[in-house]
Design a protein around this ligand. Sequence first.
Ligand code: DAH
Length: 347
Amino acid sequence: MSLQEKLEALKTETAAKIAAASDLNVLNQIRVETLGKKGPITEVLRGMKDLSAEERPKVGAFANEIRDELTAAIATKKAELEAAALDLALAKEAIDVTLPGKQIPQGNRHVLTQILEEIEDIFVGMGYQVIEGNEVESDHYNFQRMNLPKDHPARDMQDTFYISNEVLIRTHTSPVQARVMEKHDFSQGPLRMISPGKVFRRDTDDATHSHQFHQIEGLVIDKNVTMADLKGTLEVMMKKMFGADRKIRLRPSYFPFTEPSVEVDVSCFKCGGAGCNVCKHTGWIEILGAGMVHPDVLTMSGIDPEVYSGFAFGLGPDRVAMLRYGVNDIRNFYQNDVRFLSQFKGE
Ligand code: DAH
């Protein structure tokens, strides 16, 4: 067999192998075996040294031609196999976009957080600042600056968790009043703030008592602030929270940090005042404590009570939530039972 014939045969045979190659590995093997350094074409070319000078270039050119043809055939086949492999992978991984997706359970903010934010919004709308105080407080701010010296009998109203003689976890949000008053610069305008947060009392937990609950403190200090301002502010707040036809009433009360002090009732939002189980058939719901800031409290915070006056109030958002949603056990708010909490989706 002449070299040309050998090459021709090699071409036919290899072309058939290429056509039959079923995957990329096989194809690669054919390429290495046929076109590689130890392959038959190289071998044929090696035999060229025995050819005459005139035949050599012809056979050489023919060999190159065959090499080029086979290289091109391999490239074409490779592209075909790759396209087929891609089609297969795509078919396997096909996603049916019409199938329903997985439901991702959506949480919601805690019902008390929702109430706090709702009340914050009302007051921010009236130009109040929202100020966070400290949960760990000193006896000084929690009591003394609120006009409750060490031996004051009204300290008994607030059973206290002491950390040391001077440090405690706050029993009310009122100490924030003192912290804010002593820093306020009245040349920048009046002081209007609310302070929502957790408070703690050494109570035995039951349906209406929890050792941890929330308060929202309110405080306004300016020249000529009167009880009428307090009343008007509380009325706006109650109407926004419980409905436009709510009324409020003030009853005299006692808090060491206010003088005079009042307890504030709102007309029942469920029965409108006729009497029902929410208002215990009185038509009124006791909702917060308030009063005119005691002159001594002002003085202790460096504010001259001859020039400035103000009002303060303390509201219990846990109670607001209980009343509004008919929750009859305050402990529900603190047990983190998702079955309970997920009922309050909020907006
Ligand atoms: N700090 C009081 C308490 O925990 C609530 C309170 C009453 C706050 C009257 C006030 C207020 O600011 O004026 O019982």
